[in-house]
Design a binder for this molecule. Structure first.
Ligand SMILES: C[S@@+](CC[C@H](N)C(=O)[O-])C[C@H]1O[C@@H](n2cnc3c(N)ncnc32)[C@H](O)[C@@H]1O
Length: 245
């Protein structure tokens, strides 16, 4: 394989690609992901109502104009609680209809690249399509740099040392559950902070970890962050303090 072959993307007809596009900058895509974005017939991406879609924004420099775009717009996101029957119904219907839409493209022989922020198999909507389509169509999943590694890199903070245990916790957990899990771990990443920021902050404080916790949206100590709500992409990092040689 020559150096030019490495950069060229090839996509097979009728194949679904889950393309990890990393944490936010097109330069953090793998070569395979970048090649595929250019090579597939259809670039599909999830987006919130009225927004461009973060994954689509990340790959903008790779769009050639030759790809067709399939915008998959969520009917709801944060405005309805994720554990409500209404949310499950609306999102369940949306995922079923979206999988049918993608299946129809695949049956026509199109290669479809479904973009995923970060890594496709890490809390990704892509997984809901993969679950519905992988037994009927060929699928290739291209890993991506996760949002959390983007965050600890941006915060210039190593997350685990020596034998540190790392817990990855969704901020949607109940306060008590968060405290319990935090007490058992050496290092933690708390995702999906958004509207849960105040609760997450209280849980981190109760677990005795506030002095070490960093809120990454602006990269500030969590202790200085008194807002009740954070950004959807906000994340809390609690670096481990394990063996340093
Ligand atoms: C549905 S999950 C998607 C995770 C994604 N697949 C990944 O590999 O990071 C969404 C949560 O991931 C985190 N996240 C995803 N991308 C991020 C980014 N670029 N910067 C910061 N946090 C991110 C945020 O906590 C957000 O609430």
């Amino acid at each position: 394989m020559t150096s030019l072959d490495v950069l060229a993307g090839t996509a097979r007809a009728g194949t679904l690609y889950g393309i990890g596009v990393g944490p936010g900058d097109v330069r953090y895509l793998t070569l395979r992901a970048a090649g595929l974005v250019r090579a597939v017939d259809v670039v599909a991406f999830f987006a919130k109502k009225g927004l461009q879609g973060n994954a689509r924004r990340i790959v903008a420099p790779l769009m050639t104009g030759a790809q067709t775009e399939a915008r998959l717009e969520y009917p709801v996101t944060e405005e309805v609680p994720a554990d409500s029957a209404d949310y499950r119904h609306q999102i369940g219907t949306f995922y079923r209809e979206t999988a049918e839409r993608l299946a129809s493209l695949l049956r026509q022989g199109k290669s479809v690249g479904l973009l995923a922020e970060g890594d496709p198999f890490f809390y990704g909507s892509f997984m809901h399509m993969w679950r519905r389509l992988a037994s009927d169509f060929p699928v290739e999943v291209v890993p991506g740099v996760t949002g959390m590694s983007g965050c600890w890199t941006r915060a210039q903070t190593p997350i685990t040392w020596g034998d540190d245990m790392l817990a990855v916790l969704p901020g949607t957990l109940g306060e008590h559950q968060l405290i319990e899990r935090l007490r058992l771990t050496d290092a933690a990443v708390i995702m999906k902070v958004g509207r849960n920021l105040a609760k997450v902050r209280r849980a981190v404080e109760q677990a005795g970890l506030l002095s070490r916790a960093i809120y990454v949206e602006r990269v500030v100590p969590l202790a200085d962050c008194t807002d009740s709500r954070g950004a959807y992409f906000g994340m809390v990092l609690i670096p481990g303090e394990g063996r340093r040689i």
